[in-house]
Design a protein around this ligand. Sequence first.
Ligand code: CTP
Ligand code: MG
Length: 247
Amino acid sequence: MSTAAVVTAAGSGSRLGADVPKALFPLAGRALVAWAVLRVADACDEIVVTAPATHVADIEVALAAVPELAGRPMLVIPGGAERQQSVAVAIEALFAADRTPPDIVLVHDAARAFQDPHVTHAAIAAVRAGADGAIPVLEVVDTLVEAAGATGELGATVDRDGLRAVQTPQVFRAEALRAAHRDHSTAQATDDAQLVRASGCRVVAVDGHESGFKVTRPSDLPLAEHYANELRATELLASELSVEEKP
Ligand code: CTP
Ligand code: MG
């Protein structure tokens, strides 16, 4: 079964507040979007990246700078005004009349650039095994409470044991994802699983990973730097070992 990735990178990153769109923010010498694409590239046959309309060429340059991605089928397109619209235009690009559409599509936020590839593989395996969709989830660590009303008095504490926090990549049967986006184009969903489930499809959970956190605010950057530096060190080690192995 062929698998395509949609990597959403068209946001401005207003909460990060950097002088470049979030996807272009450099970490250990590589743009955030490049880390995100690298982490999912081995799991898929082709990749569509949504870019801010003003920065399509910059995102192409950032991806072309990564030797490990050379020769991979990849398309960078302008995204939409909201994330949901960015995903929708990327799906339509995958289903363009002049190409063979994929069987499975994974939708991944560039902002979750360091997600463990085991999570991606587990979600793909669940869809291959028959689910319409599979998404990574994590237990909630904070105590949760309903927001305070006008008087400032808090609402009830919510039982967190019954709740999960949702990550990406979210993996779907390609046809199910396409139909869901078409049928619910006016919904304002914060993830794709909501749309697919609203179409009556079966979406299952797989274990997420803490490395799939979303780079959102400046305080997230030290952790992102940590993961980027660790991956760089692993790459260096692998290239040193391959030099030693050569006769
Ligand atoms: N995204 C997108 N198209 C949009 C908005 C967001 O492709 N119109 C992408 C972002 O690039 C990001 C992912 O969706 O990788 C998750 O969104 P978020 O973390 O909210 O990123 P931004 O929207 O860029 O950040 P902010 O909300 O702080 O402006
Ligand atoms: Mg946003």
